[in-house]
Design a protein around this ligand. Structure first.
Ligand code: ZN
Ligand code: ZN
Length: 322
């Protein structure tokens, strides 16, 4: 029973689970090192006395931000990305909490936009909300953006994604999202979840992989799709400049192969958010040699197939969400 409950918990978690022309940054290397070393807010032993903000806002450069939700609001503590172009601002994922008073994501993004407008005089930017995938720890904040002026939200379901991006042969192909002087590449990477997407930003040279690849214990629902997605990501990063592979959670500890178990609300010794193209290539190599779904353990991440029961439960949550 305990095992059953734990399995249920595991699945619920995976299912809850600039107006200036943007010049290439010649400080990109030092910024990546700073990002690698960044200590995020990481929860608390006693959340009742936790004084950290609901959202940790990290300014990578004048047009690129990484946000992390406080673990005391959700143990998932997902990361979200805010990228400015001349015409649009992308918000990639909206976190695990709906309530604006507890988790003021829209207000936070709005203040970043206002700051930018005050600097460059551009008050016309549209706000585009996209998602790495359709697990609810990545779209709960959508309701805060809904109905606000100049906002487009692309729901993380198959129909909305195909319609917006124009994918005609899912999961093959890629789409471009033009923010204005900043053209992102978006491509399907299903496996962890059916409609998962990854995003490449040529300005920061970030490959944003959501829950498909991050420093944690990654559950895979459809193994064959996942293996193909990782092969596609590895091939992409071998042929493009990728300085950092960034996902949506940190679950690994700062000790090789060790991780915080699901539901952990305090991670004082967590690993860096930043993974490398080499780690992606290593995963691709491991997966390509496996004849059947099997747990893969590396120092910086673990990949494991969902059990039959976990998949059933995932399908149930998916059906309820739709
Ligand atoms: Zn997640
Ligand atoms: Zn997920």
């Amino acid at each position: 029973m305990r095992q059953l409950l734990l399995s249920a918990l595991l699945v619920i978690s995976t299912d809850l689970c600039a107006a200036q022309t943007i010049a290439a940054s010649d400080q990109s290397f030092s910024s990546i090192v700073q990002l690698q070393q960044k200590k995020w807010i990481h929860g608390s032993e006693d959340c009742a006395s936790n004084k950290d903000p609901a959202i940790d806002v990290y300014r990578y450069d004048q047009s690129s931000y990484i946000l992390r939700q406080n673990k005391c609001l959700s143990y998932e503590a997902p990361f979200m990305y805010v990228l400015f172009g001349e015409e649009k601002v992308l918000v990639l994922d909206t976190g695990a909490t709906e309530s604006e008073s507890e988790f003021p994501l829209y207000q936070t993004v709005r203040s970043l936009i206002d700051q930018q407008s005050a600097q460059d005089g551009n008050t016309e930017r549209e706000l585009l909300v996209l998602h790495t995938h359709g697990h609810s720890d990545h779209f709960k904040g959508d309701s805060q953006f809904a109905g606000k002026p100049n906002v487009t939200i692309v729901n993380p379901d198959a129909d909305s994604i195909v319609q917006f991006f124009g994918f005609s042969n899912w999961p093959e192909g890629e789409a471009r999202v033009e923010l204005g002087g900043r053209a992102l590449t978006v491509f399907p990477t299903p496996g962890h979840q059916e409609e998962a997407l990854s995003v490449y930003d040529p300005h920061t040279k970030w490959l944003l992989t959501g829950d498909t690849f991050y420093p944690g214990y990654i559950y895979v629902k459809v193994w064959k799709d996942y293996r193909n997605s990782i092969a596609r990501l590895a091939a992409f990063s071998a042929t493009h400049e990728v300085d950092a592979v960034l996902g949506s959670h940190i679950e690994m500890m700062n000790k090789a192969g060790k991780y915080y178990t699901i539901g952990t609300i305090y991670q004082p010794d967590e690993a860096s958010l930043v993974l490398s193209p080499e780690q992606l290539a290593a995963l691709n190599s491991r997966l390509s040699k496996l004849k059947r779904p099997k747990k893969v353990k590396e120092d910086g991440f673990i990949v494991a197939p969902m059990s039959f029961f976990q998949k059933k439960l995932s399908n149930m949550v998916r059906w309820i969400n739709n």
